[in-house]
Design a protein around this ligand. Structure first.
Ligand code: 5PR
Length: 370
């Protein structure tokens, strides 16, 4: 795209989550003017913790915020798996991946977006879009753009107001995610690693312990959603402590933590990723199971790649075609592998990070380099 023409091309981005903010940074870097709409009254993330693998970090570097993100992150020395209390494996030594709290990642991205002069409009709930590039808010306000970005999550109103083919799958697993302060009992270096605690009897219950840096721990409490006691929020401390006695102090803190949420696993494939002047990024286009911890990372990778395609092509239409052709295959593969991991969990021997599963993590995203 020729961004040096008298007026810069303009994008209206729907959603100030990771996908929307990453797209705002990406397009701004390519000379676009950008406005972001957020339905909530505040620009913040209420979630718990997150893993960003090398692919996502390369995209964050390319967006100019890798260093700021790493500054509040943690690099676990190992990914340990324990089955019924017994240590099975110490994987991923010195592997390039980072753990962090979602609020910290989100704040770093939001600060960067503000710093480049992007307007973020809160309390602006967008209900629909048209393929000629207009969006309409709940209040009846309309905005038009050269490109509309639907980054409004798995329940995307932008997507659902248009005619996209959608393939949706739901799985039996769910996860409660909480962020807690790191307790004194868990202060030693042996607790700097990620520990994936699996139990299988009478049903799968799993606690994923993820130190996040800044003295915070992300705990993911996974169970089949049919296990109601294990799927409640706030979490039922008795149910979880009984299964994981060693982790009782963590479970107690998790039960007191506010802001926790429970999500069930789903995959949604939307085809194509764009229609006319509307493109979908992140969960709106490709929600995936969290088993490979690639949802946000892939959203950031794809957001960056969209900017690269807009730089390379002379028309927006051409850029959207190139973007999807180039970036969809890895995204689809990652959705499929993440779903496979989630589905095969009840007979899994815990996480086994094979070269196949690590392919996404180690991929070099479009427009980035090592
Ligand atoms: N890894 C991470 C995670 O948050 C989850 C899973 C794996 C970092 C669940 O949210 O296996 O589902 C998983």
């Amino acid at each position: 795209m020729n961004a040096s023409s008298s007026s810069a091309p303009h994008a209206e981005i729907v959603g100030a989550g990771f996908a929307g903010l990453a797209t705002a940074l990406s397009l701004t870097r390519e000379g676009w003017s950008v406005r972001v709409h957020e339905a909530a009254s505040e620009v913040r993330d209420f979630g718990a913790g997150i893993l960003i693998w090398r692919n996502g970090m390369l995209a964050l570097d390319a967006l100019g915020i890798g260093e700021a993100v790493r500054a509040h992150s943690h690099q676990p020395p190992f990914y340990e798996t324990r089955r019924n209390g017994e240590s099975m494996s110490l994987e991923l030594p010195d592997f390039p991946y980072w753990t962090m709290s979602r609020p910290n990642l989100h704040r770093t991205m939001a600060d960067a977006v503000t710093a480049v002069g992007v307007e973020v409009v809160t309390n602006s709930r967008i209900l629909s879009a048209t393929t000629d590039g207009t969006i309409t808010s709940e209040n009846g306000d309309t905005f038009s753009a050269d490109l509309v970005i639907g980054a409004d999550g798995a329940g995307s109103a932008v997507r659902d107001s248009l005619d996209f083919a959608q393939e949706r799958h739901r799985y039996k697993d769910g996860v409660a995610r909480l962020l807690i302060p790191r307790p004194d009992e868990f202060a030693g270096v042996e607790w700097d690693r990620i520990i994936d605690f699996w139990t299988f009897e009478p049903d799968v219950m799993r606690i994923l312990y993820v130190p996040c840096g800044m003295g915070q721990i992300y705990v993911g409490l996974m169970a089949e959603t049919s296990n109601e006691g294990a799927s409640r929020i706030p979490i039922d401390a008795e149910v979880w402590s009984e299964r994981f006695p060693l982790l009782a102090p963590l479970v107690e803190l998790a039960a007191q933590a506010d802001g926790g949420r429970h999500d069930s696993y789903q995959t949604r494939k939307v085809t194509p990723w764009s229609a006319g002047k509307v493109a979908l990024v992140g969960d709106a286009a490709n929600a995936m199971c969290p088993a490979m911890a690639q949802g946000a990372g892939m959203a950031i990778v794809n957001a960056h790649a969209l900017g690269v395609a807009l730089r390379e092509e002379t028309t927006i239409e051409g850029a959207l075609t190139l973007w999807e052709k180039r970036d969809r295959p890895m995204t689809d593969l990652t959705q499929d592998r993440s779903a496979f991991m989630a589905e095969s969990r009840s007979f899994a021997k815990g996480n086994q990070w094979s070269d196949t599963l690590l392919e996404t993590a180690l991929s070099i995203p479009t427009g980035t380099s090592l």
